[in-house]
Design a protein around this ligand. Structure first.
Ligand code: ADP
Ligand code: MG
Length: 252
């Protein structure tokens, strides 16, 4: 190994940029063939390091987010869901709403793509460098109840605030008892104007009183959620069942 190669590998380790060691030779060959300037070569080496570092950071954040499956916005078929405004969803994908601590609420019947869009938005956010955590409403309440039992609810809420985005799936599938409703309210309050939530529900806001067992609590919560929020009302039949009618023989 040449002295220069040894030095490069030593410095790459010292910089904690081991991918430079993997890539600098091949890029050097390309630079010689294509006649790159020294500056162009250095830029190529650094850009490769940064691109790979970001990709592995994104992969780690996506894994840490505990999504139930890898659904992307690119895979979402807007022709099947005309109620989802393409431009709005693309805008949500840019993550600008996270900087504004805005929320996103996805409402609609089962199978209309709420979880898919929520995960898609979450994956975009994770790729953009944000910490994201996904769970169902019931899962979040269980987590908070556990912290509460240990007398550490405030600490848990503070910890969760370090996540730029929390996704709360399936609000309303299971009604909450009073303690759970109270814990959920604290989660919403703790993030209000600080950090974003993406929520999905099969129930219109007018029925959230049934979920939280109390119309006043529900409306105080909805107030905080929608004060700064994008609300998407998804419609139509379940995507899961979309081929059922076409495969059935036509009745004459
Ligand atoms: P919901 O959460 O509203 O019940 P999901 O998001 O889980 O529905 O959607 C059900 C299934 O159908 C998932 O596999 C999802 O990826 C798929 N799906 C739903 N809507 C669409 C769509 N418009 N384009 C592509 N796949 C979709
Ligand atoms: Mg769902």
């Amino acid at each position: 190994m040449s002295e220069a190669a040894k030095s490069i590998e030593y410095y790459a380790r010292a910089l904690r940029a081991p991918r430079i060691t993997d890539g600098y030779r091949a890029l050097g060959d390309r630079a010689r063939e294509a006649g790159w300037s020294h500056e162009e070569y250095l830029a190529a080496v650094l850009s490769r390091e940064v691109a790979e570092r970001e990709a592995s950071g994104a992969a780690l954040r996506i894994k840490a987010a505990r999504f139930p499956g890898a659904k992307t916005l690119e895979e979402f078929n807007f022709d099947h869901q005309p109620a989802a405004d393409r431009n709005l969803v693309a805008h949500l994908g840019t993550g600008v709403f996270l900087e504004e601590a805005k929320n996103v609420v996805l409402l609609g019947p089962p199978g209309t793509g709420k979880t898919h869009l929520a995960v898609g938005i979450g994956i975009k956010a994770a790729r953009a460098g944000h910490r994201v955590l996904f769970d169902t409403a019931t899962g979040w309440v269980a987590r908070l109840a556990e912290a509460h039992e240990r007398g550490r609810l405030p600490q848990e809420l503070t910890k969760l605030r370090r996540y730029k985005l929390l996704i709360v799936d399936e609000v309303g599938y299971i009604p909450f008892d009073q303690d759970s409703a109270n814990l959920f309210f604290q989660l919403v309050s703790s993030r209000y104007e600080h950090a974003s939530l993406v929520l999905t529900s099969n129930l219109a806001f007018s029925r959230w009183g049934e979920v939280f067992g109390d119309a006043t609590v529900a409306s105080a919560m909805i107030d905080r959620i929608v004060h700064h929020a994008e609300v998407l009302n998804l419609t139509g039949s379940s995507y899961r069942l979309r081929n059922r009618t076409t495969t059935r023989p036509q009745a004459q």
